[in-house]
Design a protein around this ligand. Sequence first.
Ligand code: SF4
Length: 191
Amino acid sequence: MDALVADPETRIDGFICPGHVSVIIGSAPYEPIAKDRQVPCVVTGFEAEDILVAIRMLLLQIQDKRSEVEIQYSRAVTRDGNASAKAMLDRVFDVTDASWRGIGSIPTTGYALRQEFVGHDARMRIPIEPPQGTDLPKGCSCGLVMRGLKIPTECPLFGKACEPRHPVGPCMVSSEGACAAYYKYREVPVS
Ligand code: SF4
């Protein structure tokens, strides 16, 4: 999120922060985004009503010229998150640099299994080389989509060469991907 805000090409007015992640980590990690970067944040649940309320909360912050972290998903998220789960994460993982497809490497944004658990690391056990850094399939605009510089339908492959049964890029693979969501909820002509 910090890398997105710092990117001179992006223009981010506010963040809808992920409810499932925030159940574990809490809302406190977003505070530097609101305080130092002056971008409002609202931690949000997954129902349509949650999203609508969160958008309203963001708009009110923007209207009032506030920049805070607010929790819409208060039935599951607290400021400090789940202490037991965070302790488990710390026990099993080290923080490491991570390669974000279509964006590149960002320091301290990933997890790697600690040495004592490295025998469970699929990357050590399976002899494949995953794509690195800005590597994307030819013609895929995922990097621009993830940075908010394009919407999925502006990708020339959307719904043609690329759709959920035959994804070309990572944004079409998971149901949480922006391109997959655009595809699922696209307007289909009624015959
Ligand atoms: S539609 Fe497919 S190819 Fe285009 S940006 Fe999305 S994932 Fe990449």
